[in-house]
Design a protein around this ligand. Structure first.
Ligand code: AMP
Ligand code: MG
Length: 355
């Protein structure tokens, strides 16, 4: 069903000219799809005000159509058009964090079709900072609905190569703008209730939000395994996400115990003829002796872990591991966002080995 010729263009975010966006803008204006880099991950963009464009996005990703899309804008003036009401707290957060990796949920205006919002009466909106994303929105004049540009269920794309792997032949164009900066999807905050509530943790932490608007809640379903009575408010958070093809197990607790456990299990599985991957950190890399060991980043700088996480999971897919063992990371600040993705990737297979 997908036999499109996907055009791939390369742009340098530091040297952008308007005419470099003419073709991509025309595709979006005609209801087509363009994947592009943002500071979080690569997005798969289509016109957020057109049901037919939204349908194409869901089809290309193989995404369930009850999982709503985030609309990307380049000017806060669009908020008045796309939403029913902009609460004061949202204005403050926009002022503090836009453009940037923050998505806010509002009551939607009627111009936003339910095909974009997964049938909901609310709409998710973000103003990205990446120069290519901003230019694409400005030149096209389109409010760009863009989920992450991966096939549904696969790790989010942090390089154009990941987008090509998943979507080549299924969309009109891919803009290669090099590696993204953050590597984790945006923080999502629901602004429709009394108190702003985090529906998906990200680079903008609870502490950062609280410093601007006072009390902020966290949807209890995001650090635990979702269940019948613990349903996440962001529909997308209930799906098994980011899943590597291998069986992923995470160990937490005293780091020495974690390393010993992973070494012991690695040895056993290698002897049984299995292909074993290990997710280590700069600090622990030298402690492992066998297995396919990858450094995900440094414990001393969690942003390096966020930046490499999805790429490491994809590399293990390419190298066809049977089983992957991972250390765990802290669960506060950026670590909360990292562990949220790692837990989902593992299908919540985590064991605490004690302190
Ligand atoms: P992605 O675009 O892949 O980063 O996924 C978008 C995320 O935003 C998903 O987890 C969605 O469920 C969530 N989302 C988008 N719109 C809404 C909304 N109106 N209410 C709650 N969550 C939303
Ligand atoms: Mg996604």
């Amino acid at each position: 069903m997908f036999t499109m010729n996907t055009k791939i263009i390369t742009l340098n975010e530091k040297e952008l000219k308007e005419e470099q966006f003419t073709e991509a803008a025309a595709i979006l204006q005609a209801g087509g799809l363009v994947a592009f880099p943002t500071e979080t991950v690569y997005g798969l963009g289509g016109d957020g005000l057109r049901e037919d464009a939204a349908r194409k996005i869901y089809a290309a990703k193989g995404r369930p159509s009850d999982n709503p899309l985030i609309i990307h804008i380049a000017d806060t003036k669009r908020l008045a058009v796309l939403t029913k009401e902009v609460p004061e707290a949202a204005k403050k957060l926009a002022e503090a964090f836009w453009p940037g990796p923050l998505t806010m949920i509002f009551e939607k205006a009627t111009v936003v079709p339910k095909g974009t919002t997964g049938g909901l009466d609310t709409v998710a909106i973000r103003m990205p900072e990446h120069a290519i994303a901003r230019k694409l929105i400005q030149v096209s004049g389109v409010d760009i609905a863009a989920p992450s540009a991966n096939a549904s269920g696969r790790p989010s794309p942090t390089l154009a190569k990941h987008v090509i792997e998943d979507l080549d032949g299924k969309i009109d164009m891919i803009i290669d703008g090099g590696a993204v900066g953050i590597g984790l999807e945006s923080t999502i905050v629901d602004m429709t209730g009394e108190i702003p509530t985090i529906l998906r943790p990200g680079f903008i932490t609870k502490e950062m939000l609280q410093a601007v608007v006072g009390e902020v809640k966290i949807d209890p379903a995001i650090l635990e395994k979702p269940s019948a009575d613990l349903k996440p408010k962001a529909p997308g958070m209930k799906y098994k996400h980011y899943a590597p093809k291998a069986d992923l197990h995470i160990y937490e607790g005293d780091l020495q115990k974690v390393v010993s456990k992973i070494k012991e299990l690695t040895k056993k599985n290698l002897e049984a003829g299995k292909r074993v991957g290990i997710i280590a950190t700069e600090e622990t890399r030298h402690l492992y002796l066998e297995g396919n060991i990858k450094v995900i980043g440094s414990r001393a700088a969690e942003e390096t872990i966020a930046h490499s996480m999805f790429a490491v999971l994809r590399e293990f897919d390419e190298e066809e591991m049977d089983i992957i063992y991972s250390e765990s990371f802290t669960s506060d600040k950026l670590g909360a966002a990292i562990m949220n993705r790692m837990l989902k990737a593992s299908g919540y297979q985590i064991e605490n080995l004690g302190d």
